[in-house]
Design a protein around this ligand. Structure first.
Ligand SMILES: [Ca+2]
Length: 276
């Protein structure tokens, strides 16, 4: 009687351990096949192309003496010519990369409110710094440096915002419903969120990874020509605000730091390349 009980009990335990192992395997984050199969992206709509915008060589004003400590001191920095995506990298673009390489899908069925985020023309989100780095490499591009991103956002006149007027909550996709962007919006939806070079969504929509390691004192000793960021660090820099952040954090000079593995619903990226 005891033996039978032990056998039944053992089978019982093994059964539930088996189910547990199955569930763990099935729910591994970054599973390559899961999201593609279960969340097909709607590609029936017209796809927004994402051309590279040329930013001419020359000086620009980087940083802000009236900004955060890490934005000071304000300096005149020279950059070689480069090109940068006109828009944040879209889900359509990122999906092409995933299909071509087998790279992990950023969105999966466990993402809350996924149906508000998975339009082909919305920015790719839930991408880590390394995902963004890999995408740009695959596309024959690279992440913009912090300096390049800031110049592309504010031009040579030292603007705090892509627009010249006093900042307005409706000019870009920031937090709140006032701007009609409750989640991410299709790239380029806000005509006011357009820099002097014609680069869109540098204030809002999603925050964007850039190349540099973060150092809050970097500007004090950084090169005045083509700064590349500190040689090493623990945090990577993100720039701009997002659909779920305040308009104030969307200032062109604002700097944010995050661990490179961070993936979130309000963080994306765009790529750049050196010109000439
Ligand atoms: Ca943005």
């Amino acid at each position: 009687m005891d033996k039978i009980f032990v056998r039944v009990y053992t089978l019982f335990i093994l059964f539930f351990v088996g189910i547990g192992v199955f569930m763990i395997i099935k729910s591994r984050p970054g599973d390559k096949t899961d999201a593609v199969a279960k969340n097909p992206i709607n590609f029936t709509e017209p796809i927004i192309e994402n051309p590279m915008i040329l930013i001419p060589a020359g000086e620009f004003i980087m940083g802000a003496n009236d900004g955060g400590i890490d934005e000071q001191p304000q300096r005149v920095v020279y950059l070689d010519a480069f090109a940068i995506h006109q828009y944040e990298v879209t889900i359509y673009q990122y999906n092409e990369f995933v299909v071509a390489t087998g790279h992990r899908q950023p969105l999966n069925r466990y993402v809350k409110d996924i149906h508000f985020f998975n339009n082909a023309n919305q920015p790719a989100i839930y991408v880590s710094w390394l995902d963004a780095y890999d995408y740009c490499q695959w596309a024959g591009l690279r992440l913009p440096t912090e300096a390049e991103w800031e110049k592309a956002a504010r031009g040579t006149e030292g603007l705090s915002w892509p627009w010249v007027e006093k900042y307005q909550p409706t000019f870009a996709n920031f937090k709140g419903e006032e701007d009609h962007g409750v989640f991410t919006t299709a790239v380029g939806s806000y005509e006011k969120d357009k820099s002097p070079y014609g680069v869109y969504d540098m204030a809002g929509n999603v925050k964007e990874w850039v190349q540099d390691w973060y150092d809050d004192r970097y500007y004090a000793n950084a090169p005045l020509k083509n700064p590349q960021g500190p040689e090493r660090g623990e945090m990577k820099v993100m720039r701009g605000s997002s659909w779920r952040d305040s308009l104030y954090s969307g200032r062109a000079t604002g700097r944010l730091q995050m661990v490179p593995g961070y993936r979130y619903e309000a963080v994306g990226f765009r790529c750049a390349k050196s010109a000439g």
